[in-house]
Every structure is written in structure tokens, then in C-alpha cells.
Design a protein around this ligand. Structure first.
Ligand SMILES: [Zn+2]
Length: 308
């Protein structure tokens, strides 16, 4: 960037460069043409030599995958996805996630109750979550957190906070990392992470905050997960955060079956598509897909203690 540019012009030029990097992922490199649906090559047909990715946040227990779960995992493998971390969002889904991890060497699980399903956790339920963390390939407490987008009722938001702090405490007792959902609850999330949660560690998944918030979280030791929205035209602040943040705290994830990356937006998402988000992150950072895959997989192994 030319040093003579004033800060405003420099910011505009930087934004333009980021947009160009992002748009490059929606054009065919050979022809420069936009990718139409007939030109789309699915990630499992792209070849996976030297690519080792982890989908660090998925929900593969649900009925969306009942018809093709084994095929979906095979497609992920063919796309270079060597492991999937699947998260429960209810007690029932957590039980299914634990069973999937037990049955598949490349599937790891997180157990927890999502804020949209908040209820007062009984001691028996806490004990059950704790017992699950001793099972094969169960690596985290999650998905837990706060969701003020779907929950407008103040009493229910208070219940979410109670349940969140309770599961943070459980994770500390068990020395487990956590995977956190935060939607439109940034202020309360930061307050909790700086008080009760100051000794927790883990991931803020599907990060949706500002660069200022990202910097604070990074300083507190948190990892940030990015998903399909990074590839959208209206990705807002996320590309800038992915460009600026230290590589050793970045994770890539799908949150499947939700949030499909371009060019599958609106369709069912699956772990193989994490490659498209990783590819977009690589372009934004000016790195190769192989390098981003290696770094984000190393990060996933560190925070979730995955043994691959
Ligand atoms: Zn999720």
C-alpha cells in the first residue's frame, strides 16, 4: 500500500483489495468468469493431496443427515477433511454426538446445551454431561453460550446466562475447552468471559463481532471460528478480522447443516464444504489453501486436544 495515501484512502483501498480477494473465490481462475451452477466442482472432486482440514464445528447428529451420513463423511474425507467435531445442542443431541464419536475414528464430539434450548440444568443432567466427557473422542463442552437474536424475553435471557455460567464452571472443573455461541449478546458475553469465565479456554464459534471485540478475545486467549458467511458478498467485518488476526487462533468450521458457504448458500451444508471457507480465508490472507489447512488443523488439535 502506498504510504502517501491518507488513512481514509488507505482504508478504502484495503477494503477494495479484500473484496477482490473474496470475489476471486467466486470466479473461475482460468477464464475469469463467474462460477455458474453447471461449472461447480464439489470439494470432494478437487483432489485432497497435502490438504488436511478439520471441520471444528458441525451438527451431524440430526435428521438432515439420516439419509446419507456415511456418504457425507466419505465426501468429507475425499475433500481433505480429516476430522469433524460435532456438537450437541440439547441433552438428546449430545448423546447422539457421543455415539457418533464412538463409532467413527474421524469424528469428535462436544456435549452441552445451546442457549436456544435453555432450561435449569439439574444436578443429574450436569453429572450426565460430566460422564460423557470421559467417553471416546469427546473433546469439549459445547455448544453453549448466549443468543439474544432469537430470545427477546429478559427473564429467559437471564436463564441463558445462568445456564452458560453453569456450563463454564463445569468445563473448568473437568478441565475441558468450551465452544461458545454468541449471537447479538456481545456485551454480556464479554462481561461473563472476563469474570466467571476468565479461567475457561476455548473457541468463540461463528464469530460475528467487531475487530475490537476480536482483539479483546484474542488477548484473553480465545480462538475464533469462521464459517460459510466469510464467503458471502455481505460478509461485513469478518474478512478484515480473518486478514488481521494471528494465524494461530483461527479455526474453520461449517456449523452444518446451516450456513453453507458460496456457492451452496441456502442448501444443506456438510463438513466437506469447510474447504471452501478455508480457501476463502487463504485468499484473504494471501496464503495457500495447504498452508491455511495445516495451520488451522494444528490449532484445532491444540485447543481440542485432538489426536489425529
Ligand atoms: Zn452450532
Amino acid at each position: 500500500m502506498a504510504e502517501s495515501l491518507d488513512p481514509g484512502a488507505r482504508a478504502a483501498a484495503e477494503q477494495k483489495a479484500r473484496k477482490a480477494a473474496r470475489d476471486a473465490s467466486r470466479t473461475d481462475e482460468a477464464t475469469g468468469k463467474s462460477v455458474g451452477s453447471k461449472d461447480i466442482v464439489p470439494p470432494w472432486e478437487m483432489g485432497a493431496d497435502d490438504i488436511k482440514l478439520v471441520d471444528t464445528h458441525a451438527h451431524i447428529d440430526g435428521e438432515d443427515f439420516d439419509g446419507d451420513r456415511e456418504e457425507m463423511l466419505a465426501r468429507a474425507k475425499a475433500a481433505g477433511v480429516v476430522a469433524v467435531v460435532t456438537f450437541g445442542d440439547t441433552m438428546e443431541a449430545s448423546a447422539r454426538a457421543v455415539a457418533l464419536a464412538a463409532a467413527h475414528e474421524n469424528v469428535f464430539a462436544g456435549v452441552g446445551v445451546h442457549p436456544e434450548n435453555a432450561f435449569p440444568l439439574s444436578q443429574a443432567e450436569e453429572d450426565r454431561l460430566a460422564a460423557w466427557t470421559k467417553e471416546t473422542r469427546v473433546v469439549a463442552i459445547g455448544e453453549i453460550g448466549l443468543d439474544y437474536y432469537w430470545e427477546k424475553d429478559e427473564e429467559k435471557r437471564a436463564l441463558q446466562r445462568k445456564m452458560f455460567t453453569c456450563q463454564l464452571a463445569l468445563a473448568r472443573d473437568l478441565d475441558m475447552p468450551v465452544c461458545i455461541h454468541d449471537r447479538e449478546a456481545h456485551g454480556d458475553l464479554m462481561t461473563i468471559l472476563k469474570t466467571e469465565g476468565r479461567k475457561n479456554r476455548g473457541v468463540i464459534h461463528c464469530f460475528s463481532g467487531s475487530w475490537e471485540m476480536a482483539k479483546e478475545l484474542l488477548k484473553l486467549g480465545w480462538y475464533l471460528g469462521v464459517d460459510g458467511p466469510l464467503t458471502y458478498k455481505n460478509a461485513a467485518k469478518l474478512p478484515e478480522i480473518v486478514e488481521k488476526m494471528p494465524a494461530d487462533r483461527l479455526l474453520v468450521e461449517t456449523d452444518c447443516p446451516y450456513l453453507s458457504p458460496f456457492p451452496y448458500r441456502g442448501k444443506r451444508n456438510e463438513p466437506a464444504y469447510v474447504r471452501l471457507t478455508a480457501d476463502c480465508a487463504a485468499r484473504i490472507r494471501g496464503e495457500s489453501l495447504e498452508a491455511i489447512a495445516e495451520q488451522t488443523t494444528k490449532n484445532a488439535c491444540e485447543i481440542y486436544r485432538l489426536k489425529l
